[in-house]
Design a protein around this ligand. Structure first.
Ligand code: BTN
Length: 326
């Protein structure tokens, strides 16, 4: 824990009783001036801390955001995680990439309250207003690049399982990288990596999670917000649940591969039994048929007129147009 987090933890413990600057300084072995600076930085980060003569500092309210100091105490898989950021940024995938290049260990997480240059799959922008959670985890799987194919599914499944296990909200997964709530997209996963021919150096797994509907924002088609299922859910609570789910799913994948996780993925899949079209980045339909499952490599199995096709990549849409029947 940083000294700032120690100051916050001490204020939390003191509760409504409050704590004098002198007592804080003494307990943490720092000067009163240093205490004042930490308190002022915490206020800037959105913590409401009153200072009253005769009482000292009192923590009145904590900000609702993806702040490391709020998430860390909630994590069950805490030893795996090192949390950074939490304010506005360009893209947490860029932040995590910079940390990975500088040698950050596996489990380092870059967090943001909003992004000005959020990226989605297929070169799209990812709208990242306040009220959402944006985070990217540095992974260093001891694998060859070819073995990474199911990783986006593993991360998506991890988010879904984490929300279910820790918050009791049931979500679906949509191949390859979406988490869905009711009829809308709740979260998306973006993987970026660097590898040599036979060894992955690092992977950044970025997750954008819609928590609260943006105030006065333009209604987004096909989106869902966690707050609709869990009114008042704290952003830090949501992120902790998702991170714990990711840590558990990633550990399971590393130890046993995707095969044993397949049934859990299929059970949550919104696509099984659905008539779909799979499109290329350019938008051309490359496969059309009915989804029957996922294979051990994480490919989508589609029953077409020509037989079963295992699709490794693409954008899936439900086939409203019967003319595409495959
Ligand atoms: C998708 O297209 O569905 C994937 C969206 C991934 C968005 C997340 S938000 C955190 C991280 N930083 C980014 O710039 N993108 C990912």
């Amino acid at each position: 824990m940083s000294t700032r987090e120690d100051v916050l933890a001490a204020l939390r413990r003191a509760g409504t009783t409050g704590l004098s600057g002198e007592a804080l300084a003494h307990a943490l072995g720092i000067s009163r001036v240093a205490v004042g600076k930490h308190v002022s930085a915490l206020r800037t980060a959105g913590y409401q801390i009153d200072a009253e003569p005769g009482v000292g500092y009192r923590l009145r309210a904590v900000p609702d955001g993806p702040l490391p100091a709020e998430i860390a105490p909630l994590l069950r898989e805490a030893s795996w995680m090192e949390l950074t950021g939490g304010g506005p940024t360009g893209s947490t995938n860029d932040d995590a990439r910079a940390l990975a290049v500088a040698g950050a260990r596996e489990g380092t997480v870059a967090l943001a309250s909003h992004q000005t240059a959020g990226r989605g799959r297929l070169g799209r922008a990812w709208d990242s207003p306040e009220g959402g959670a944006y985070f990217s985890v540095v992974l260093r799987p001891p694998l060859a690049p070819a073995d990474l194919a199911p990783l986006a599914l593993v991360i998506g499944l991890g988010v879904a399982k984490g929300l279910s296990a820790h918050l009791g909200v049931e979500t679906a997964v949509k191949w390859p990288n979406d988490v869905r709530l009711n009829d809308g997209k709740l979260a998306g996963v973006l993987l970026e990596m660097t590898a040599e021919s036979d060894r992955v150096e690092w992977v950044v797994a970025g997750v954008g999670l819609n928590v609260r509907r943006p105030m006065g924002g333009i209604p987004t088609r096909d989106a869902a917000w966690l707050d609709d299922a869990l009114p008042g859910i704290g952003i830090a609570v949501a992120v902790a649940a998702a991170l714990d789910g990711i840590a558990e799913a990633y550990a399971e994948w590393l130890s046993s591969g995707f095969g044993p996780m397949r049934a859990a993925y299929e059970a949550r899949s919104s696509l099984i039994g659905q008539a779909v079209a799979v499109r290329t980045v350019a938008g051309d339909v490359r496969t059309a048929g009915t989804v029957m499952g996922i294979d051990d490599e994480g490919r989508l199995l589609v029953v077409t007129l020509g037989g079963i096709e295992a699709v490794a990549a693409g954008e899936v849409t439900l086939r409203e147009d019967a003319g595409l029947a495959g």
